[in-house]
Design a protein around this ligand. Structure first.
Ligand SMILES: Nc1ncnc2c1ncn2[C@@H]1O[C@H](COP(=O)(O)OP(=O)(O)O)[C@@H](O)[C@H]1O
Ligand SMILES: [Mg+2]
Length: 406
């Protein structure tokens, strides 16, 4: 279930001097955007979908509900067509309306079962997607990287690329679901020394064999496949190629975020439950400082070896990595993918400083939904009922947001 603190988010707004303020609020739960004009900070999931803007009084009461499409700030995203993207051999596609939503794990991340209504016999996967155009570059990177990674015993397996049901455009991807919760939320398990060794192997393979730096190794991105007793890495949002042909705004290889450091800090954090070092900016997280301090095991943490054994494994590994990082190694298996294909272009007519007519052309990654609808275009719907209603009333929905009766 989405946690309350991450339900709402605002990418933009209007703050004229003297007010009132209007925020364009993203509701990750219902995947919709509503503009809130207010002096306070209220927003209600009870509002019908026909309301695009509300005006709230000082004491939090809604003074006006605006239902005119001109107040609709929702964007239409230009998703890439399957025709413009070459999927590697063996990568399958699945339509969004072939997925049933089971839970909302985080912004743009849902637990899914397919086929819908199959209950116990359905396959469970995690659906990562984007419905705001600003996330397109990061999505392009994460999908391209993950779908090219060869199967690895310690990386959540890629399942399929997800396309929309309107025009077959790429809107997301699904990876196998690893039940049991991540290592940050589920701290009841024994943190096995062997899991640390497996994590080290996954990081070595990513860095040295595939040329990928994960850059977000942390307990919240580690799962455990209990059927094989394996630690599983997920979330390539921050990942980057260690050498890449082009500059892309979503992908930067940052040495201060390197995965060796990520693993050492993760082990420290799991064993001691002290996250104060991790809270610091990456450049202030100094590897040597965590190596020099005593690692006091938290009384509630369960290990299958003494703390010193974990530290010894880390020390040995770091020695090996220092040597490996100095050689160029074999880069023949390094993963690459093409730059993001360009969207349609749009020409904007304007005037220059002298008042003469001029025009310029931009890539049109997004448009206002109302403008697309006004010219008879199709817009993919992302809106869905609030999760609380689904739970209270036992309602089931597809990943499209559509209610289904099984
Ligand atoms: N394949 C998976 N199996 C089980 N849980 C997952 C899986 N992928 C993600 N999760 C859960 O969802 C959370 C958010 O997913 P993640 O990919 O890390 O997204 P974000 O980029 O928002 O951090 C993770 O911390 C994890 O708990
Ligand atoms: Mg994550």
């Amino acid at each position: 279930m989405l946690n309350d603190d991450s339900k709402y988010f605002s990418l933009s707004g209007d703050m004229p001097i003297g007010g009132p303020t209007t925020w364009h609020v993203t509701d990750w739960d219902q995947r919709r955007i509503i503009s809130v004009t207010m002096d306070g900070d209220r927003y209600s999931s009870e509002l019908p979908l026909s309301v695009y803007r509300i005006y709230v009084s000082d004491n939090g009461e809604i003074i006006t509900k605006f239902t005119d499409a001109k107040d609709d700030q929702t964007s239409y995203v230009h998703y890439l067509s399957l025709r413009d993207v070459v999927l590697p051999d063996g990568v399958r596609t699945i339509r969004r309306d072939e997925l049933e939503e089971l839970d909302r794990l985080g912004p743009d991340t849902d637990l899914i079962a397919y086929p819908p209504c199959a209950n116990e016999s359905a396959k469970k996967v995690v659906f990562k997607y984007y419905f705001l155009w600003q996330y397109a570059p990061m999505f392009w990177k994460e999908m391209n990287l993950w779908m090219r990674l060869p199967r690895h015993p310690n990386i959540a397996p890629f399942d399929s690329v997800v396309i929309d049901e309107l025009e077959g455009r790429i809107i997301g991807f699904v990876v196998d679901y690893i039940p049991g919760g991540n290592l940050e939320e589920n701290t009841s398990r024994v943190f096995k020394l062997d899991w640390l060794r497996q994590l080290i192997r996954a990081v070595d393979d990513l860095n040295l064999r595939y040329g990928i730096s994960h850059q977000d190794i942390a307990p919240r991105n580690l799962l455990v496949d209990e059927s094989t007793d394996s630690i599983m890495l997920c979330d390539f949002n921050y990942a980057a190629r260690m050498k890449r042909p082009t500059q892309d705004e979503s992908e930067s290889y940052i040495k201060e975020r390197n995965d060796v450091k990520g693993v050492v800090f993760t082990a420290y954090e799991i064993i001691t439950r002290d996250d104060s070092l991790r809270m610091k900016p990456h450049e202030e997280q100094i590897l040597e400082s965590v190596e020099q301090i005593k690692w006091e095991k938290h009384p509630a943490v369960k290990l299958d070896y003494p703390v010193e054994a974990y530290r010894e494994v880390l020390r040995e590994w770091q020695k090996k990595r220092k040597a490996a990082d100095l050689t160029n190694g074999d880069t023949s298996k390094w993963i690459h993918w093409p730059p993001r294909p360009k969207p349609p272009k749009k020409t904007i007519q304007t005037t220059d400083m002298l008042g003469n007519p001029t025009s310029f052309t931009i890539d049109e990654w997004s448009e206002r939904r109302q403008d697309v609808l006004a010219r008879g275009g199709k817009v993919l719907n992302w809106e869905r009922p609030p999760q609380q209603r689904l739970l209270d009333e036992g309602i089931r929905v597809l990943a499209t947001g559509e209610i289904i009766n099984c």
